[in-house]
Design a protein around this ligand. Structure first.
Ligand SMILES: Cc1cc2nc3c(=O)[nH]c(=O)nc-3n(C[C@H](O)[C@H](O)[C@H](O)COP(=O)(O)OP(=O)(O)OC[C@H]3O[C@@H](n4cnc5c(N)ncnc54)[C@H](O)[C@@H]3O)c2cc1C
Length: 311
């Protein structure tokens, strides 16, 4: 029997499993995604590469700064000076490298959707491709709005996350043959709230032209959330070309991605939720607030709490 199961191998799940492993406890991480890292992601297409999720990690708190310092020593992350002159921490050769480095030595099962979760006197039961996996402790790290699909809308812990809110993000990935007028540009009031020259980040593969990632504002993303990816790309590309001062002829590749749950806009206000018997924990960035550092803090807090119960 799997003693500890973690649903989600994003930063929360990885931080939690890493802390448990350091204390001698084996956890199995199940993730429906092809890659490791959830929203810390790098997309490869037609010989190109784009960080289409999180752009960089911020060193928030001494403990997380130490983690990033250790990852920097292995070369998995490095500093990047953005267009505003701020030094940021990015994965090398892509943001996903940060998550992959955190997953070193952990038992991660990718392409593994957990479709249901139930509990009886023998423990927790995870439904995975028609097979039931048993676990004594389950840690669920999916975005809060996706919890009801796993636990059931009437589970008592669902009401406790009802006030948590996310904003979506529509993201454009484009390759451009032409001059690159800036490194990054942040304007929360514009339809394209963030634009970054992805290929200016350290250790990126050499590719023809420059790779750009543009994220739509929350308002634009809500307005066009249900459009298909081709339509989203067609809407965002002219905005990017305008901002770069280039014509459509310079574009050699364009694709869009829809993040339905991108940025936490209203958090739970505590590091995690726990069932009374410590057999079920719920955590994620939605607990403390948006971003990688908050996700990491939630995962570590869950591990600390579970370790105290296991002692
Ligand atoms: C476009 C964008 C830009 C961002 N920019 C930044 C930034 O610059 N800096 C920053 O710090 N943060 C940024 N963020 C936010 C940051 O990425 C997140 O806060 C953080 O990665 C959340 O980690 P998490 O582990 O809590 O959740 P996630 O990364 O969402 O991980 C949850 C995991 O659960 C898996 N999962 C879900 N349901 C199931 C299921 N039923 N079965 C199995 N697996 C399941 C998912 O596949 C996913 O891997 C950005 C996010 C987006 C989308």
């Amino acid at each position: 029997m799997t003693t500890i199961a973690i649903i989600g191998a994003g930063i929360t799940g990885l931080a939690c499993a890493g802390k448990l492993a350091a204390a001698g406890h084996h956890a199995v991480l199940f993730d429906k995604g092809r890659g490791i890292g959830g929203r810390v992601a790098t997309r490869r297409a037609a010989g190109l590469q784009f960080d289409h999720g999180a752009q960089y990690a911020s060193t928030q708190g001494d403990e997380f700064a130490k983690v990033l310092g250790k990852l920097a020593a292995t070369g998995a992350v490095a500093p990047w000076i953005d267009g505003g002159g701020q030094t940021r921490c990015v994965g090398v050769p892509g943001m996903s490298a940060m998550a992959k480095a955190m997953a070193q030595g952990l038992d991660v099962r990718q392409n593994t959707l957990v479709s249901g979760l139930s509990h009886n006197t023998t423990g927790w039961h995870l439904q995975i491709a028609g097979v039931v996996h048993a676990a004594a402790h389950v840690i669920v790290t999916v975005p809060a709005p996706q919890l009801a699909a796993l636990l059931g809308a009437d589970h008592p812990m669902i009401a406790r996350v009802a006030h948590v809110r996310y904003a979506p993000s529509l993201t454009l990935m484009a390759a451009i043959n032409g001059p690159a007028p800036f490194i990054s540009h942040h304007d929360p009031g514009a339809d394209l709230a963030w634009i970054a020259q992805d290929s200016s980040k350290p250790g990126r593969p050499q590719q023809e032209g420059t790779a750009w990632v543009a994220q739509a504002s929350a308002g634009f993303s809500v307005d066009h959330l249900e459009q298909d990816n081709d339509t989203i790309a067609a809407l965002m590309l002219p905005l990017l070309c305008d901002r770069l001062g280039l014509t459509r002829d310079h574009v050699t590749h364009a694709a869009a991605h829809r993040w339905r749950y991108a940025h936490v806009t209203q958090a739970l206000g505590q590091s995690f939720l726990r069932a009374g018997d410590a057999s079920l924990y719920l955590g994620g960035d939605w607990c403390l607030g948006p971003g990688i550092a908050n996700a990491w803090a939630s995962g570590v807090a869950i591990a600390d709490d579970l370790l105290a119960h296991l002692a």
